[in-house]
Design a protein around this ligand. Structure first.
Ligand code: S3P
Length: 426
């Protein structure tokens, strides 16, 4: 079913509690399943991706109960997991597929993972290469590059590994495998990526050493069940931030958003563009939840690249849209990872914003946007990608005609009811 959005110069006002952080929600289910005992989670993201993670762990015999955004995980620990008699369906979720590979590699059983058509195209060798160095037995199409993937659990050894791509998913899969491996695993990260796994390892009682881009984790540590409070997802908040910035006369408060510095590139970028952003930290450690206040702002272009990219990788579709309303030339570079996200986000963002009249050009590793340009109504495609869906919905706020979104349902991967929440601010 398509969705058509028509607005006439709306102002956005009010407070939104954005849904729980997707990365942290996945990890809470995984760590709660590995740990022995009863783990409780509050603020869990009830998005399709995190529900896929729950369904996979249920198939391993872990008891997981949902009550609104509260989750209880009752596990006898990883040693009690059962060999699944069905394929583990990871849906649209790269995080589920990749992090679970690290966990399944060290079990004593066989399992098979597969997801949707988008997952079947996403590269898995980046995970399987280091896991194979640890002794993992994983098979898949093109020597393990693509799902479905069959994992024969086996004994693992620690490795000393330098990440060839800046990817928290690769780092996390190795760390999860390292928990079961013999010896101390050392991971060197040339560019920092989101550190939710490291934070949660400590929260569940593991001892982990971190210094100058190096992480050390000794194998054989048993995690202890814990309580996890999931803050709002800054990647979801980003779309509300963008919506408030580009509409006139807006003031939006976003409550309890995770502002872990490995994720706040979006705030640095919009502030550099001249955005009026208030940040009131609720906690100064861990995932650093904060209340944000965003007001309409007149924006100027900026340059985005280097070590900033992993800190805002999922926000680039939204940043590209915001840049169409900024004065001057915005250049986004070093973002070739966008080509292997839920869809090729460089090609998709450029194609879709161009339809609306944006002055935007694709480059190998990013895009160049000249602004400001008025946006017109158009028929927008999501390519089944939630972030493309939200980009189109936010763009509709300032379009001079109706914007039709071909597959609005895909937005529920990370932000169920996004359009309703945005409309509640008008
Ligand atoms: C994620 C890491 C990032 C991000 C993804 C979630 C995670 O992917 O784009 O949405 O939860 O670890 P990469 O590790 O591929 O950069």
């Amino acid at each position: 079913m398509t969705l058509t959005l028509t607005y006439s110069n709306p102002s956005l006002k009010g407070t939104i509690q954005v849904p729980g952080d997707k990365s942290i929600s996945h990890r809470a289910i995984m760590f709660g399943s590995v740990a022995k005992g009863t783990t409780t989670v509050e603020g869990f993201l009830l998005g399709d991706d995190c529900l896929s993670t729950i369904s996979c762990f249920r198939k391993l015999g872990v008891e997981i109960n949902l009550d609104g955004d509260k989750v209880t995980i009752v596990s006898g620990g990883e040693a009690q997991w059962q060999e699944p008699s069905e394929v583990l369906d990871t849906g649209n979720s790269g995080t589920t597929t990749r992090l679970m590979l690290g966990l399944l590699a060290g079990t004593g059983f066989h399992s098979v993972m597969a997801g949707d058509a988008s997952i079947a195209k996403r590269p898995m060798k980046r995970i399987i290469n280091p896991l194979r160095l640890m002794g993992a037995d994983i098979r898949g199409r093109q020597d393990g590059q693509f799902t479905p993937l069959a994992v024969q659990g086996t004994r693992l050894q620690a490795i000393d590994y330098t990440l060839p791509v800046a990817s928290a998913q690769v780092k996390s899969a190795i760390l999860l495998a390292a928990l079961k491996a013999e010896g101390t695993t050392v991971i060197k990260e040339p560019v920092p990526t989101r550190d939710h796994t490291e934070i949660m390892l400590e929260h569940f009682g593991a001892s982990i050493k971190r210094h100058d881009g190096t992480i050390e984790l000794q194998g054989g540590q048993q995690l202890a069940a814990a309580h996890v409070s999931v803050p709002g997802d800054i990647s979801s908040a980003a779309f509300m931030i963008g919506a408030a910035l580009i509409t006139k006369g807006s003031e939006v408060k976003l409550a309890n958003v995770g502002c872990n510095p490995t994720r706040t590139g979006i705030l640095d970028v919009v502030k550099a563009m001249g955005a009026d952003v208030g940040i009131d930290l609720r906690e100064e450690t861990g995932e650093m939840p904060a209340d944000l206040v965003i007001r309409s702002s007149s924006l100027t272009a900026t340059e985005i690249g280097g070590s900033l990219i992993p800190r805002l990788i999922d926000e680039i579709p939204l940043i590209a849209l915001v840049a169409t309303q900024a004065k001057g030339q915005t250049v986004i570079k070093d973002a070739e990872e966008l080509r292997v996200k839920e869809t090729d986000r460089i090609a998709a963002v450029v194609a879709e914003l161009s339809k609306m009249g944006a002055d935007i050009t694709a480059t190998e590793d990013g895009m160049i946007i000249n602004g400001p340009t008025p946006l017109r109504g158009a028929d927008m495609m999501t390519y089944g990608d939630h972030r493309l869906g939200m980009m189109a919905a936010v763009a509709a706020l300032i379009a001079d005609g109706p914007v039709t979104i071909d597959d609005p349902d895909c937005i529920s991967v990370s932000f169920p009811n996004f359009v309703e929440e945005m409309n509640s601010l008008i």
